[in-house]
Design a protein around this ligand. Structure first.
Ligand code: HEC
Length: 89
């Protein structure tokens, strides 16, 4: 089970990214679950740092596209927003 973002997670991430909000982060979680589980098990967001997620997500979007799974820019941004919020500190 993936951790559900809480207001405490948001309060912490908002010090660095003031524009993130709980609605977007929850939408990012939903998109992560629907787009990123097609080829492997979902990775725990807390297993990687923010920097690693920023490298990995664009690579995975390219991989997905080759399999005709199209993740648009907005969805990609929301997935990253979720992963960054819940990333390893
Ligand atoms: C088309 C199949 C496919 C989809 C869809 C996919 N992945 Fe992957 N993913 C792979 C493969 C293959 C690997 C192992 C090879 C690699 O690391 O490049 C991998 C590896 C990973 C890793 C481990 C990389 C590391 O360096 O530890 C992470 C994390 C990951 N995927 C996250 C995601 C996320 C987030 C998404 C959704 C945006 C996603 N994947 C969607 C195929 C996919």
């Amino acid at each position: 089970m993936l951790a559900t973002p809480t207001q405490t997670d948001l309060d912490r991430v908002n010090t660095k990214y003031p524009a993130y909000n709980l609605m977007q982060v929850n939408e990012g979680k939903r998109l992560y679950e629907s787009y990123c589980a097609g080829c492997h098990k979902l990775k725990n967001p807390a297993s990687k740092t923010e920097e690693r997620w920023k490298e990995i997500v664009p690579k995975m979007v390219v991989k997905a596209k080759k399999k005709d799974i199209v993740i648009d820019e907005n969805s990609q941004a929301l997935i990253l927003e979720y992963l960054v919020t819940m990333s390893k500190k």
